[in-house]
Design a protein around this ligand. Structure first.
Ligand SMILES: *Cc1c(COP(=O)(O)O)cnc(C)c1O
Length: 394
């Protein structure tokens, strides 16, 4: 399926799917593969050393979230964090309701567990989004019921970059809970794309928050779920009593150290990098509009309501999958944005819920920029697109 061909350059423009591990992150991890390998549960002193590394990492993450260390649960990634939040709340026998609210544009790691719960008799309300991908907090408020146990709304969308008003939705949920003197519903947000955004769980009024290190220059296969004090979760995994009995299994110590180092590093560069990526995105869009006047940006304008490096564009008259393959032959790595595999041509549920037709959705491509994207890479994408369009038109 993949074409190997000589190209003058390689341009990676799929940072929303995966990021390379930061050198400093890797360096921080290495000792925990080699020398400091004892099981954190061991009694002898080198077990204590690994336990300290886990504790220190937990504290670093907790501080960034304005939470306490005991509210951080390390997992195997964003998918597990989302599954733990959803099944953990739904299957906890102390909650009696059978209603969950979510948005129409969530990641599959939220949608599919919810669809599974639907088969088990749960009622799921999908809040629609507008043409830019925004959830209206008032619509969430109107959907709240006495039997709602969970609201799950993603912080920033991985396909189009739309950033939701999480704090505002959180306030509506809090108001509802106060009015009904209830601890429910809990509010979960999938923050896997939100490493550069405000992660203060007090300001956001969230009870559960998922992250994945692989999206912010940490290793793959390590994630985190913030669990507010008092939120009772039924675990997904049973065994040892790691993570305060919320997630059994020997801790992924190098991964946990990598997660914390990567998050700390991401926070340090967040402001500067956001500005730089926004400028690159503006430049890319400007050049696109000059060279191909028919293209349209999917999602909000570049600015505070959009992830700075995620640009999703509709190319009228072209097949997105085909564009990807031809761009790949030119050394440009991009994506359709939806968790696609080359076997199935899946139309993006995000784009169709934003009002695009199936055809328009299939003619859209996501370019996502990151740490190593330079202006000359953007220029190369433009010149590759020019070549590809000429080829496909003839
Ligand atoms: C990547 C991603 C996930 C899944 O995270 P994994 O670590 O790959 O399991 C979930 N939600 C969003 C928004 C993501 O971008």
């Amino acid at each position: 399926m993949r074409h190997k061909k000589k190209h003058t350059r390689l341009v990676y423009a799929d940072y929303a799917a995966a990021t390379p591990v930061d050198k400093a992150v890797l360096k921080a991890m290495v000792p925990y593969f080699l020398d400091i390998f004892a099981n954190p549960s061991a009694i002898y002193s080198s077990g204590l050393t690994t336990q300290e590394a886990v504790n220190d990492s937990r504290r670093v993450v907790a501080d960034i979230l304005h939470a306490l260390p005991q509210h951080i649960v390390f997992t195997s990634g964003g998918t597990e964090s989302n599954n733990l939040a959803i099944y953990g709340v739904a299957h906890n026998e102390v909650h009696h309701g059978k209603h969950i609210i979510t948005s129409a544009i969530e990641h599959h790691a939220v949608i599919l567990p919810l669809e599974d719960l639907k088969k088990q008799g749960w009622e799921i309300t999908y809040i629609p989004v507008d043409r830019y991908g925004f959830v209206n907090p008032q619509e969430v408020r109107r959907a709240l019921r006495r039997d709602t146990v969970l609201v799950s709304i993603m912080y920033a969308n991985n396909e189009v970059g739309t950033i939701q008003s999480i704090a505002e939705i959180g306030r509506e949920i809090l108001k509802f809970r106060n009015q009904h003197a209830s601890a429910l519903p809990y509010f979960h947000t999938d923050a896997c794309q939100a490493a550069y955004l405000d992660l203060d769980v007090e300001k956001l009024h969230v009870d559960l928050l998922s992250m994945s290190a692989s999206k912010f220059y940490g290793p793959k296969g390590i994630g985190m779920l913030y669990v507010r004090k008092g939120v009772r979760l039924k675990p997904l995994l049973y065994g040892g009593n790691q993570e305060l009995q919320r997630r059994a299994g020997t801790e992924n110590v190098p991964g946990i150290v990598g997660f914390a180092t990567a998050l700390k590093t991401a926070r340090k560069r967040a402001q500067k990098e956001t500005k730089r990526l926004e400028e690159l995105s503006h430049y890319f869009l400007k050049r696109l509009q000059v060279e191909f006047p028919l293209v349209q940006l999917n999602g909000p304008v570049v600015g505070i309501n959009r992830l700075p490096g995620v640009i999703n564009v509709f190319f009228p008259g072209f097949e997105g999958e085909q564009l990807l393959l031809y761009l790949d032959r030119n050394g440009v790595m991009s994506s359709t944005g939806s968790a696609c595999n080359l076997q199935t041509v899946d139309t993006s549920h995000v784009l169709t819920h934003m009002g695009l037709s199936n055809e328009q959705a299939r003619s859209s491509v996501r370019f996502s920029f990151g740490l190593f994207t330079q202006k000359k890479d953007v220029d190369y994408i433009i010149s590759s697109l020019k070549k590809v369009f000429l080829l496909l038109k003839s």
